[in-house]
Design a protein. Sequence first.
Length: 111
Amino acid sequence: MDYWINYLTSNPTFLLIIVIIVVLAVVTVLKKLLKLALIAAVILAVLIGVTYKNSQSPEFIRKLKAKTEEITDKAIKKGTKEIKKFKEEALEKAEKAAEKTIEKAKKKITE
């Protein structure tokens, strides 16, 4: 390693050539990366524009509204059924508890 460093310091032309080659390689890589980044940015912008345009179409909005209404109606019907079911179960339990209490009260009275 020392020999190589001594050789490069004693021959600055080789050192200059190596530095130029390294700089050119780095610049080339950065250009390709920049070009690739610009292409990706353009593609992303086009895709964003297309999806925005499609999402704003009246047909899409009508379909979305209809689907939302359908899901909402189903949820309301299911919720109503569950509430009625819960109400009936609660009434049955309350009636059973009331009957037990009445029976206990009758037994105490007759004793």
